[in-house]
Ligand binder design. Structure first.
Ligand code: AMP
Ligand code: GLY
Length: 435
């Protein structure tokens, strides 16, 4: 097959991991990234087009004769970037606008799950404050969620009537997420460990990558507010092959089949955010793209050529493909700006990157960096994702933190306990195939 150029849309840590893996493909000539960041710029050509500027991206893809466009974040998917590219005959990997509804509307996702009999928390939809207050009178704990996209911040885990009322006020009165909370979901509060199960889909077939675990809270021991994710590791020791098979069949395949029935076939990356309650998996959310920072651990553990898999998805031929995974484990520690996920300062010079890269078994993914007067400086909340590899989870944790210790920038913060809960349960399993 003739080699072609690839355009990756986005500019965070997930996109750095995507570009890194795509650049290793035997099918790829050159990689562009829009808008990219200072780390991505060392392996791809970054172009200053915003990830939601669909017109600009289309024009660029046509001009450069891009052979495949790969979309990292959810916003352009929800806006219909895939439909627009396909209309113009351009090859693009990701779900259509209709299929992206699985992430863009939690109420839609719940409806699909009900119809497909997928285990998920019991819920009700609420669209005005009176109903919400009545709900608060009847319940002592619940999880309130904005229906629409809220950058991962639209979920309130409430453990008292007061917390339910406060969350309802923020969502329905103050409308802190605007139209994203025209409707809210109030659901049963579940307890249990969380796991992210992510796989490729061609509309019919699913091929899973390793299950991974995100660390959403800002500080050690899961304290502090929720963030986009402060670190991740894979594979997850408590996810047995039996559990993963159940997730694949009863959850992922059931939803993919239902979306097919609805004439909105799911092509792209399907991400099930799960909670394991007494050994049984329940869906908390679906995403229609790779997780961030989950991508930074599962992509480096993928042995197969990612572009071959993406093309197989786009062509509806995933059944013919096997997904090979590497043995061992990976751990990613996110280094964030002081104050994140609240307000923080940008423009801090980052020191020690070269020393970190000299460490064995490490890749440093940039999440929000830019080049300023020849120096690499921070440009957002989550700045770097430092991924370490090892033959098992403890070794990967050690590799990641060794590299983290070389890097510094003013007011940085990171969690010291990524992977710790899994270590307490004892090492990582070594699989090279998922069910
Ligand atoms: P989501 O964006 O729906 O995955 O929710 C973000 C986070 O809120 C999850 O990672 C969980 O930690 C928490 N969460 C969401 N739904 C529930 C639930 N039904 N019970 C307990 N925690 C939840
Ligand atoms: N790490 C959570 C997400 O990407 O949604």
């Amino acid at each position: 097959m003739a080699k072609f150029d690839v355009l990756v849309v986005g500019g965070g840590g997930r996109e750095h991991a995507l570009v890194w893996k795509i650049a290793q493909s035997r099918l790829v000539n050159k990689v562009y990234c829009a808008p990219g960041n200072a780390g991505i710029a060392s392996i791809a050509e970054c172009v200053p087009i915003d990830a939601v500027d669909i017109g600009g991206l289309l024009k660029f893809a046509r001009q450069k004769n891009i052979g495949l466009t790969v979309v990292g974040p959810e916003a352009p998917l929800a806006l219909g970037i895939v439909n627009e590219f396909k209309k113009q005959g351009l090859r693009i990997f990701g779900p259509s606008k209709a299929a992206s509804m699985l992430e863009a509307s939690k109420a839609f996702a719940k409806k699909i799950m009900q119809e497909a009999r997928v285990p998920t928390a019991k819920f009700r939809l609420i669209s005005n404050i009176d109903e919400a207050m009545e709900f608060a009178r009847q319940n002592d704990h619940a999880v309130l969620k904005a229906d629409g996209l809220a950058g991962g911040k639209g979920v309130f885990v409430c453990r008292s009537k007061q917390e339910i009322m406060d969350a309802a006020n923020k969502l329905l009165q103050e409308r802190i997420f605007g139209a994203a909370s025209n409707m809210i979901i109030a659901e049963e509060l579940l307890e249990g460990p969380e796991v992210s199960v992510i796989g490729f889909c061609d509309g019919k077939t699913i091929r899973l990558l390793y299950p991974s675990q995100d660390h959403k809270a800002a500080f050690d021991n899961d304290s502090g507010s929720n963030t986009g994710g402060m670190g991740a590791y894979a594979p997850v020791p408590f996810v047995s092959e039996k559990l993963l098979r159940e997730v694949k069949q009863k959850i992922m395949q059931a939803v993919v089949d239902k979306m097919g029935e609805k004439r909105a076939p799911f092509v792209g990356v399907l991400y099930a955010g799960l909670m394991v309650v007494d050994g049984e998996p329940f869906v908390l959310e679906f995403n229609c793209r790779f997780g961030d920072p989950e991508a930074q651990v599962i992509l480096p553990l993928l042995e197969s050529d990612i572009v071959e898999l993406m093309l197989a998805c786009v062509e509806g031929k995933l059944l013919e493909k096997d997904v090979k995974l590497k043995s061992g484990a990976a751990t990613c520690v996110v280094m964030a700006s002081g104050g994140y996920p609240g307000s923080y300062e940008k423009g801090k010079e980052i020191f020690g990157l070269e020393d970190a890269l000299r460490e064995k078994n490490v890749v440093v993914f940039h999440a929000a960096t830019k080049l300023e007067n020849g120096k690499i400086v921070s440009s957002g909340g989550r700045v770097l994702g430092v991924t370490g590899f090892g033959k098992n989870l403890p070794d990967s944790v050690t590799a990641a933190y060794n590299a983290v210790s070389k890097v510094s920038f003013e007011k940085m913060h990171y969690r010291n306990d990524i992977g710790k809960k899994a270590l307490a349960r004892g090492g990582a399993r070594e699989w090279t195939r998922t069910p």
